[in-house]
Design a protein around this ligand. Structure first.
Ligand SMILES: [Zn+2]
Length: 213
């Protein structure tokens, strides 16, 4: 690997670790907040019937409910025109809502005619697709739910790896500067090429020998 690609890889990993840290800390914040609120962030857009197509309502929802984060995507098609409703501006916007603390909606809705295929549902982990098809109306939904502690823990791993690597890098740099083996810390001032303790070879010294040879 060239030095350039190593630096690029390190930079990419640093950005990734930083991104992970932001998610983990945000999840921690929402986990602490669960005591007071069940936040819901929704984007709802609707479009009236046009060109023989049904009226459509789409929703992307991110809910924080009792220590569980839930993402839901819904699409509802209705063959009846309700022009005022579908085209009203309030249906094409970002919404923030909140329920009472501890509130958690079930993975399946108790709606009439709703069929669901629940793959997982337990311990805050959920994955389901739901659909309903009745005369003049079709509804389908996709849900993923995960406990916040799992998000906090999973996204904390990359920053922790970054931290360990960074500390190791600092230690190796210090050892090299002090004339010690970067690998084990053995005093290499008398044997600058190869560490007599662990057998590690100093790269920069090896390189200069290779050039000479
Ligand atoms: Zn060594």
């Amino acid at each position: 690997m060239s030095k350039r690609s190593i630096i690029l890889g390190r930079t990419a990993f640093t950005i990734f670790a930083l991104f992970s840290l932001v998610i983990s800390v945000t999840a921690l914040g929402m986990w602490l907040r669960r005591v007071n609120l069940s936040d819901q962030y929704l984007w709802v857009s609707s479009r009236g019937p046009a060109d023989g197509r049904p009226a459509t309502m789409r929703g992307w929802e991110l809910r924080f409910e009792a220590g569980v984060v839930r993402f839901e995507r819904t699409v509802q098609e209705i063959d009846q025109p309700e022009v005022d409703f579908w085209n009203s501006e309030r249906n094409n916007r970002f919404k923030h809502d909140a329920d009472a603390p501890g509130f958690r909606r079930p993975l399946t809705w108790p709606a009439s005619g709703m069929t669901s295929r629940v793959y997982v549902d337990g311990h805050g982990i959920g994955l389901a697709t739901m659909s309903r098809s009745i005369p003049l109306s079709r509804f389908r939904s996709f849900v993923v739910a995960l406990p916040l502690w799992l998000i906090i823990a999973l996204f904390a791993i990359p920053p922790l790896i970054w931290e360990i690597r960074y500390r190791r890098w600092i230690l190796r740099r210090f050892r090299k500067g002090a004339g010690l083996c970067a690998n084990c810390g053995y005093d290499m001032r008398a044997t600058p090429v190869r560490c007599p303790e662990c057998g590690a070879i100093r790269r920069n010294v090896t390189n200069s020998i290779e050039i000479v040879g």
